[in-house]
Design a protein around this ligand. Sequence first.
Ligand code: MG
Length: 260
Amino acid sequence: MKKQLCLLITISFSVIVTNAQNKVNRDTINPKLTEVWSPVPPVVTPGKTSSDAPSDAVILFDGKNLDQWRSNKNPDQPAGWTVANGVFTVKKGTGDIETKESFTDFQLHLEWQIPKIIHGENQARGNSGVFLSTGGQGDGYEIQILDCYNNKTYVNGQTASVYKQAIPLANACKKPGEWQTYDIIWAAPRFNEDGSLKTPARVTVIHNGVLMQNNTELKGETVYRGQPVYTKHEAKPIKLQDHGDPSEPISFRNIWVRPL
Ligand code: MG
């Protein structure tokens, strides 16, 4: 017993001495040694508010036309949705629309509005979605858009979910009729030469200023049935969904993207 006590005291003393030796006296270090002066980040002029496009953004919709968009099903055809009064509205049955330009990693801002007169329930109530890439052999990677203001649905399919992959951290839906914002940071997946996954996609989603997805890792392209899967792709368009449900169509405005 006495022997064990001696051993314990010896070990404790050694730990104290080692900790004392490891403690750095920072007063003696020149602070200039850890200053980094280049490369200098580019100057970006911010918008008037955080919803307004900064100077280096690619404007995807400025209230005038859908010139930056095309049909997803028939890429040689124009986007068939309706532009009026500075916004555009899903024209049900005409299909998804996608950007003419392709993107890899980016910061995206978009605003959307569920119509005040919305009807339906569960997934059939203002369903749309923003696909951050049209992906490889699947449909791409969908951040859900849905009216979840007093509308119950499966939680991995509610507003700001990574559809059927990641439940959002909160429900910050505004009432139908009010405009809502998405600010999304997208890191696209990378693939090896042989098509295998090198690094998975990651996404951060802020809905109406509230964090929903915090650097969430994706398991693959989002799918309605079964498990997600990755298939190799490069830079791809951003896509908006014309969902097949019969509820009133939703509208979009003020969309811009900053490639990273
Ligand atoms: Mg959807």
